[in-house]
Design a protein around this ligand. Structure first.
Ligand code: BGC
Length: 258
C-alpha cells in the first residue's frame, strides 16, 4: 500500500458519489458526498460535477483519485456505454478528469471497483477460487476474480438471455420500472444466475448494489450450485474499490520511476 488515504468516486446513472477512504480499514475517512448526475450526462457536465465534488474535500495533494465508471474501461477509454449519454464513446476518462481536477486519476469499471472493494474489505475477503461479484442497479455489473486476481471488464450484464439484453430484464431498474414483486423478480434473477453459473461455474457469487440491503427478500428464493451471499460494503463498494485500485496504480507508477 502506497498511501494511507485515497479518494474514491462512483459515477452512476442517478448520482455521483465520493469520499476519502482509509485504505487500512476500507472505511470512509469523512462523510460521503452525493451530487445528482446531470440530466444530460455528457462528459463535460459529469466532469464538472466531479471537480466540484473533489474540491469540497480538503485532500492531501498526493492522495490518488480512483473513479468507478459504468462502462468497460479499455485502458481508460470508453468504447461502449449503456446507461449514460452516448457522447462518452471514445472519451479518455483519466485524461478528461486530470484536466478538470489537476490530479492523477485511475478510472475503472464500476463493478470491477465494487468487486475489489468486497475482496479487500468485505464479503469476498480471503476467498479463493472463482468469485463473481454482481451489482444490481440501473444496469447489471460483473467482476470476475479468480484466486484473488481480477479479470477486468467482463460485462456479464449484457449476456443475451432468451433474446433479451440480460440487464433489461433482471437489473433492479427493471424490477422498479415494471413494478415486479420480489418473487417475480427472483424468477428473472434465477434465469440470469443459472446462465452465468453454466458459463463460469463460480464458487461464490456476491450480490451488490443498493437493493442488496433487501437481500432477505430475494436471495433465499434462488436455487444455485454456487454459494450466493449479499455484499458487505453495499453501495460503498464502488467508492472503496476505486480508491484501493487508484492506490495500487500509484504504487506501480512509483516502482516504475525507481
Ligand atoms: C455497463 C457495465 C456496468 C454496469 C453497472 C452496464 O450497463 O455496461 O459496464 O458495470 O452497467 O453499472
Amino acid at each position: 500500500m502506497a498511501h494511507d488515504l485515497a479518494f474514491g468516486i462512483d459515477i452512476g446513472g442517478s448520482g455521483i458519489k465520493g469520499a476519502p477512504v482509509d485504505l487500512d480499514t476500507g472505511e470512509f475517512a469523512a462523510d460521503r458526498l452525493r451530487i445528482p448526475t446531470p440530466a444530460e450526462s455528457t462528459p463535460e457536465a459529469v466532469a464538472q460535477v466531479l471537480a466540484e465534488l473533489v474540491s469540497s474535500f480538503d485532500l492531501p495533494k498526493k492522495a490518488p483519485l480512483g473513479v468507478a465508471f459504468p462502462a468497460p474501461m479499455d485502458h481508460g477509454v470508453v468504447r461502449f456505454i449503456a446507461n449514460l449519454d452516448q457522447s462518452w464513446k471514445g472519451v479518455n476518462l483519466p485524461e478528461l478528469l486530470h484536466e478538470t481536477t489537476g490530479r492523477q486519476v485511475t478510472a475503472v469499471n464500476d463493478a470491477d471497483a465494487a468487486g475489489i472493494g468486497e475482496q479487500r474489505y468485505g464479503a469476498a475477503k480471503g476467498k479463493d477460487g472463482t468469485v463473481l461479484v454482481v451489482t444490481l442497479g440501473t444496469g447489471i455489473g460483473s467482476a470476475l476474480i479468480v484466486d484473488g486476481v481480477l479479470v477486468p471488464n467482463t460485462e456479464l450484464g449484457h449476456l443475451e438471455i432468451d433474446g433479451f439484453d440480460a440487464e433489461s430484464r433482471a437489473a433492479d431498474s427493471a424490477r422498479e420500472r415494471e413494478g415486479l414483486d420480489f418473487p417475480a423478480w427472483a424468477d428473472r434473477l434465477q434465469r440470469y444466475f443459472e446462465t452465468v453459473e453454466m458459463l463460469l461455474s463460480p464458487d461464490l457469487i456476491v450480490v451488490g448494489g443498493g437493493v442488496s440491503k433487501k437481500h432477505a427478500e430475494f436471495l433465499p428464493l434462488l436455487n444455485l450450485r454456487a454459494t450466493i451471499i449479499p455484499a458487505e460494503l453495499r453501495n460503498a463498494a464502488g467508492i472503496v474499490g476505486a480508491a484501493a485500485m487508484a492506490d495500487t496504480e500509484a504504487s506501480k507508477g512509483r516502482k516504475r520511476k525507481h
